[in-house]
Design a protein around this ligand. Structure first.
Ligand SMILES: *Cc1c(COP(=O)(O)O)cnc(C)c1O
Length: 477
């Protein structure tokens, strides 16, 4: 009996609560003066009311005060603000990862942005040959620059490097075998896996060697009349250490020549400049790979090259010619904005010293620690007084990363501002900073939030400070 009575009381109050929810039209009359598209206003109202209804029906809450006009209006404001904020926004990258795939990889310099803006708002010669007055090809706009910079005979560009690999394999190896070392069957973030791309292209994977060691005779023994290509894949985001052995590209090229088979290398993060200048390990540049005599090489536009998202395919004229004719190319084609950005970036490389200071990806790799330290000190100076009671702060040495699957195990010495909040958990600080109107992304280490200042631009320091004041609800002092 007691149970039944309780149920009755409960359902009565549910009815009462449901009746207390304002009608949509009534709610709308409270907010119809707001400066926002009506559709957003209506959607926000509907959402607020639906949520209240669900809460009541779910028996989770039941206070009439929760349905008061002021409370509901506050909830509505928050929803409307959310709707008016663009989904795709800029953030402050305080992770120290320079080529951060989740945050848009490489930043473009002004030179590249100018080109992009121009072709966005004007007609262009995207596929129009100004000499002949006839139809032209879009990738011919950057082909000569790429060949000049790398020594390649020919080249084309597609949507991204995954597309470049797919297109090259589809052209050169469909229904035939491709020999790859077991140690190179990598997965790059975002589900790009060599075996799966191979399958999609219609090529058959012929794995050779062991995970840690592959020898030239492994390749040689696997060659048969079905073989169409020898493929080398850059290990990008992982390393095999210890008892290891890899066949070098020149050895593979020699073997390919002997058996009249083309050799392809997927470089992933191809660089046009030698990275040892940044204190990083020697990796062959795209030019060196071409010079070694590779038939095809593929790499990303937005990794170490420092340009927009693109996939670059360079190599021997006849092979690139076949790739250009593949109908799949049409589905993977590069768009005009990318092309404008890419051309501007490539032109910058003709003056290498300038490229190193102007292309953000390269400039960020080369930032002197003293400059990063100065940024950290500037941020602390800006927040010290206002946040004195809210958190402990200091500058600490940290290691930045190149990212984008390049040099996974190599550190770039950097400086971070370490924040230890006193009245909230560090995880809460991390979350709140992410949710401000200018989201800041850092990382937690040893109970502190680390803001690596290598990837925070000078003009972002005031914005970062403002985000912190926002989170701690303090005024700037
Ligand atoms: C990053 C990478 C890819 C994928 O390139 P996207 O430009 O991201 O499509 C393919 N292969 C290797 C070795 C890579 O490092």
């Amino acid at each position: 009996m007691a149970d039944q009575d309780e149920t009755k009381v409960h359902s009565a109050s549910v009815q009462e609560l449901l009746r207390a929810i304002p009608k949509v039209d009534e709610f709308l009359s409270w907010v119809d003066h707001m400066q926002a598209p009506v559709r957003f206003i209506k959607a926000a109202v509907r959402e607020v009311l639906n949520i209240e209804r669900e809460i009541i029906l779910g028996g989770r809450a039941g206070k009439l005060e929760e349905l008061g006009r002021e409370v509901l209006l506050a909830k509505f404001d928050k929803r409307l603000k959310g709707k008016l904020t663009p989904n795709f926004r800029t953030v402050i990258n305080a992770t120290g990862v320079i080529i951060h795939t989740n945050m848009g990889r490489s930043l473009l310099p002004r030179e590249a942005m100018d080109g992009l803006v121009k072709v966005g708002s004007r007609y262009s010669n995207l596929e129009f040959d100004l000499t002949t007055g006839k139809r032209g090809s879009r990738y011919s706009l950057v082909e000569d620059l790429l060949c000049e910079l790398t020594g390649a005979e020919a080249g084309l560009v597609v949507n991204n490097n995954a597309a470049a690999v797919l297109l090259a394999l589809d052209t050169l190896a469909k229904n035939r075998e491709v020999i790859v070392s077991r140690g190179q069957l990598v997965e790059i973030g975002g589900s790009f896996r060599i075996p799966e791309v191979m399958e999609k292209s219609g090529a058959f994977l012929r794995e050779v060697g062991a995970t840690n060691r592959t020898h030239l005779w492994d390749y040689e023994n696997a060659i048969n009349e079905q073989t169409s290509l020898l493929l080398k894949v850059h290990m990008s985001n992982y390393r095999i250490i210890g008892f290891t052995s890899e066949v070098t590209l020149p050895e593979m090229i020699e073997l390919g020549r002997k058996h009249n088979l083309p050799v392809m290398e997927d470089l992933g993060s191809g660089s046009l400049v030698d990275l040892t200048r940044f204190g990083l390990q020697k990796e062959p540049t795209v030019g060196e790979v071409v010079k070694a005599g590779v038939d095809v090489v593929t790499f990303s536009g937005d990794k170490l090259l420092g340009g927009p998202q693109a996939g670059l395919i360079l190599g021997k004229r006849d092979i690139i010619g076949r790739i250009k004719k593949n109908p799949l190319n049409r589905a993977l084609r590069i768009d005009k904005f990318t092309l404008a950005g890419l051309e501007a970036i490539l032109r910058l490389y003709f003056d290498e010293e300038k490229a190193l200071t102007v292309i953000p990806t390269l400039a960020l790799m080369g930032l002197p620690p003293a400059v990063i330290e100065r940024r950290a000190v500037r941020l602390i100076r800006r927040i010290r007084k206002s946040l004195a009671d809210c958190c402990e702060m200091s500058t600490v040495p940290v290691a930045s990363r190149v990212g984008g699957g390049a040099m996974p195990e190599q550190d770039l010495p950097s400086r971070a501002v370490a924040l230890r909040p006193v009245s909230m958990k560090v995880t809460e600080l991390e979350r709140k900073l992410r949710e401000t109107s200018m989201p800041v992304i850092g990382r937690i280490e040893n109970e502190a939030l680390l803001l690596d200042m290598r990837t925070v631009a000078d003009d972002e320091i005031p914005l970062l400070a403002a985000a912190l004041f926002d989170v701690f609800e303090v005024e700037e002092k």
